[in-house]
Ligand binder design. Structure first.
Ligand SMILES: [Fe+2]
Length: 345
């Protein structure tokens, strides 16, 4: 496995780059906007293809690099399903898996620092975001934080992982880079409590100042979605209601860009074919499935995904590949459901 821990000095943030092999797909966790050039340089140097960028929660101390990475690489932006960000390409819930080629991270919902905090578990390590830090825990006094929830997340979930599990947090201000679950159990001063009440008392009396960047970072991080006006202006978007009227028309080919797990969990639009977003580039080339479908049948392509972000990127790519009939459903399956569109499970 390729694994890099990257540091942003200004915010004390750790970001992580993961891939199963040279030449393979890569994932970035908790990227910082100012460091995006550095990540992309490293991705290039290691001959990787960035396919997903993840935030463990909505950060208050730095602006996320999610949007910039998506704009520059067309990768999929990912957060937990409780996020208040306007649009990320993919949202995951407790028990889901975040996958890239050769790697799978199990998603666990670990609220407390914020109500949208998730941890990501691999067989030998866990990315804890700001829920569990090295010899510390994330503050619980901002962003719908809740010390009781944090206690449950730490004692009920994270500390149940094997003691040898490596702990990689989203921040450190002392220069520590990694710990283990066993070490934190034994030596984390915040965890040496006898009850949830004692933990709550401790967390409620930290008297911390607000993060310097908070007033800038929180609003910026809530607006990470791909600007879609240009796509609509070019006539490449259908509202969910318009798309509903096209359902069942014989010259429409509905293409679902989501992953299998999303299809199983949320259902699909009847009659759609599955072309996972990571395979799209190949599929829209001459000889590819989508390309030949459009050219040989004359069907109009109608892409959709979860929230309209992957499909917005897909429609641009398809247009670029000469598939001029390509459109997408603005707002994705989320908008489709709100418009009363039928789903099959
Ligand atoms: Fe945080």
């Amino acid at each position: 496995m390729i694994f890099r821990q990257l540091f942003d000095q200004a915010s004390g943030t750790y970001s992580y780059l993961l891939a199963s092999r040279r030449g393979g797909e890569a994932l970035v966790i908790d990227p910082v906007l100012e460091k995006v050039d550095r990540y992309l340089q490293l991705v290039k140097e290691l001959d990787l293809k960035l396919v997903k960028a993840l935030d463990t929660h909505l950060h208050a101390d730095h602006v996320t690099g999610l949007g910039a990475l998506r704009d520059r690489t067309h990768c999929i932006t990912v957060m937990g399903e409780r996020t208040k960000a306007d649009v990320v390409s993919m949202r995951l819930g407790d028990g889901d898996q975040l996958t890239i080629e050769g790697l799978a991270l199990e998603v666990i919902y670990t609220p407390g620092h914020t109500d949208d905090s998730y941890s990501f578990v691999m067989p030998d390590r866990v990315f804890t975001g700001d829920t569990l830090l090295i010899r510390g825990t994330g503050r619980t006094d901002l962003q719908n934080g809740d010390p009781r929830a944090e206690y449950e997340s730490i004692f009920g979930r994270l500390l149940k992982l094997p003691d040898a599990t490596l702990v990689y947090p989203a921040h450190d201000y002392k220069g520590d880079t990694v710990s283990t679950i066993g070490e934190e159990k034994a030596f984390n001063p915040r965890l040496q409590v006898k009850s949830v009440e004692e933990f709550v008392e401790l967390m409620n009396n930290l008297k911390l100042e607000n993060p310097k960047m908070m007033d800038v970072a929180v609003p910026a991080n809530m607006k990470v979605g791909l600007p879609q006006e240009e796509i609509a202006r070019r006539g490449w978007a259908h509202s969910a209601a318009d798309a509903l009227a096209l359902l069942g028309k014989s010259d429409i080919a509905l293409i679902d860009l989501r992953e299998r797990s999303e299809r199983e969990r949320y259902g699909t639009i009847p009659g759609s074919v599955h072309v996972p977003y990571p395979t799209l580039q190949e599929s829209i080339r001459s000889g590819g499935m989508v390309y030949e479908l459009a050219k040989s049948t004359g069907k109009r392509l109608l892409f959709y995904c979860a929230f309209g972000e992957r499909s917005a990127m897909a429609v641009q790519a398809a247009q670029g590949a000469g598939l001029s009939s390509a459109r997408h459903i603005e707002g994705g399956l989320d908008a489709w459901k709100k418009a009363g569109g039928p789903l099959v499970h």
